[in-house]
Design a protein around this ligand. Structure first.
Ligand code: GLU
Length: 319
């Protein structure tokens, strides 16, 4: 069976950019007979907003994007994450780290990734015999990092269904990454792999801001002995504002909910999203997500980032 997931993070309401990614994910699933699991990624606790899960579910429904299973909340999966983290510690491919993010950033020796993010220089690797020892000797609650294999074993190549062939030297470009935070909760990279593997997800469709998460996730599949479950990946260009930055509050209120409150119909939003998905509509009037099933083609999706302009906003408002 082929399976995908819609995985909103309830850190805020869905905006036009997220909606487009979810729409493409849904269209691919419905065209190809993939089962759709709705998974709420609610483990990033400080950023989670109350009620944003229900809002996301409603927003998706409003657009006609349905699922076959779920919602499954990541906060209900803590035991599975803990088991995997324990396992990785036990087999010696993960280690406790007592450096705060700020300290890592300040370390003069830390190299920088292409996007300016700091590559963790491995300061705590091999420093402590156990998590307990790290805790006692530092007086801090440690995070847990995955020890990226050095050399060829840390090089990950894969073919993205949209972005094409990819190759990352994870040790050099990204470094040892956090799999459990110091508060004991699982970090994104680990949780996604444990869930996708357990839910037998075969197809991951998401924004290309997560393209460099993929090699880290592939390394975790391998480390967990789950290499046979590595899914196929489709990373889509994000929607940005006219300043080239990813769609956010600074570009005005582009939340679906906002437009909906202004009386904008789902059909109108879908007309805009259709254009952003390279779909040619027979008519601009009141399409439903189902109407796109006949004409959507991944190949026709624009290759470059979509720019949200004032004209798009005016179109939605019917001005
Ligand atoms: N929850 C993530 C997001 O909303 C998606 C994670 C994923 O697709 O792997 O950006």
């Amino acid at each position: 069976m082929l399976v995908t997931r819609l995985a909103p993070s309830p850190t805020g309401a869905l905006h036009l950019g997220n909606a487009r990614t979810f729409l493409i994910n849904w269209l691919l699933a419905r065209q190809n007979g993939w089962r759709i699991i709705l998974r709420i990624e609610d483990i990033d606790s400080p950023r989670i907003k109350r009620g944003a899960d229900q809002q996301a579910i409603e927003d998706l429904r409003w657009l006609g994007i349905d699922s076959d299973e779920g919602p499954i909340y990541q906060t209900s999966r803590a035991a599975a994450y803990r088991d995997s983290i324990e396992h990785l510690l036990k087999i010696g491919v993960a280690y406790p780290c007592v450096r705060s993010r700020r300290e890592v950033e300040l370390a003069a020796s830390a190299p920088h990734a292409e996007d300016g993010a700091t590559v963790y220089p491995g300061t705590c690797r091999g420093l402590f015999g156990s998590v307990d020892e790290a805790r006692k000797s530092s007086g801090r609650e440690p995070a847990i990092r995955y020890a990226v294999p050095q050399g060829e074993n840390g090089v990950v190549a894969f073919i993205d269904e949209f972005a094409g062939p990819q190759r990352f030297d994870v040790a050099r470009e990204l470094g040892d990454f956090v799999i459990a935070k110091s508060d004991g909760t699982a970090a994104y990279q680990l949780a996604v792999v444990v869930d996708d593997a357990a839910m037998r997800v075969t197809h991951v469709v998401r924004g290309d801001d997560l393209l460099d998460s993929t090699p880290r996730q592939i390394l975790l599949y391998r480390a967990l002995g789950l290499a046979d479950r590595i899914p196929k990946y489709t990373h889509l260009p994000l929607v940005v504002g006219t300043d080239g930055r990813r769609l956010a509050k600074r570009h005005g209120d582009t939340r679906l909910r906002h437009y909906r409150e202004q009386g904008v119909t789902a059909g109108r939003v879908l007309s805009l999203l259709a254009r952003w998905c390279g779909i040619t509509l027979p008519t601009n009037d009141g399409p439903t997500a189902n109407n796109f099933l006949a004409s959507f083609k991944l190949d026709a999706v624009p290759r470059s980032r979509i720019i949200f302009t004032a004209a798009d906003d005016a179109f939605l408002r019917g001005e």
